[in-house]
Write a protein that binds this ligand. Sequence first.
Ligand SMILES: [Mn+2]
Length: 313
Amino acid sequence: MTDIKTIAAFFRENDNFLILSHASPDGDTVGSAYGLCHALHKMGKKARVECADEIPARYDYMVKPVEIQDFQHENVVAVDVADLKLLGKNNELYGDKIALAIDHHRSNKGYAPITYVNADAGANCENIYELILELGVEIDKVIADNLYTGIVTDTGCFKYQNTTANTHIIASKLIECGANYYEINRIMFDTKSFARLKVEQQAVDNIEMHFDNRCALMTITAEMQSMVTPDELEGVTPIPRQIEGVLIGVTIREKTEGKFKCSVRTHEPIDASEICSMLGGGGHNRAAGCEILGTLDEAKQKMLKAIADYLGE
Ligand SMILES: [Mn+2]
């Protein structure tokens, strides 16, 4: 495990960076990538971001102000990427070429020769903030909007248990540097399309309760998703855990025929990451995920079996 000074030196001593964010991009991986990219530009370095999937339009205010540069990349950096599999199609292109990884997932696989993992950070954007300070780059509004977004999205607007005193301190500094917190939180948390609400309604209707009502399992089929864009569904996964008495909330989402993305959200003392790792996935203590192949019914049974094994029941 390396420290922030070492990774700062890596950026000072090198140039022409390709920054990779994970597929199905969220606010933290986008904020980490574009915040860092813009900071490198301010140092006079060449840098650009690549993501396997299109970055949803709701993040336009983070992406658009960052200059587009064309150059031959020399150093590949991954941000908020715990596992090479999460790079999507970029894994084939760059998986074996990543020189440096900056992450906050305890489950980081250590795929990069230089790996900085600070699992105490609620969001990886907290790590990027510390890095940018170490690099001596002034935090402008573009960086502040990017990093603030990563922090609020990964901490559920400072609600989740990964939120620390330091998370708030960094967020306050970012507001001082111009982060448009009101607009960002409105876009990220207080805006839903009507179609999304309809899908939510159907999803809530199909919730099943298991393990003496300690586990709630919600399904989102391909048919339900056809009513919305993937981006419109952002933030559905915490719903099952909101039910009173539920310790384990599971959302099973049909990705393609025979392939399901499972998200597990838990309350103390249930370790979501441990449950998902039994199925080849991983993540954080209270939020983790995995992919299951088979029919919907098989996916449910595999997930319930992993939970039963975890609970020792
Ligand atoms: Mn993250």
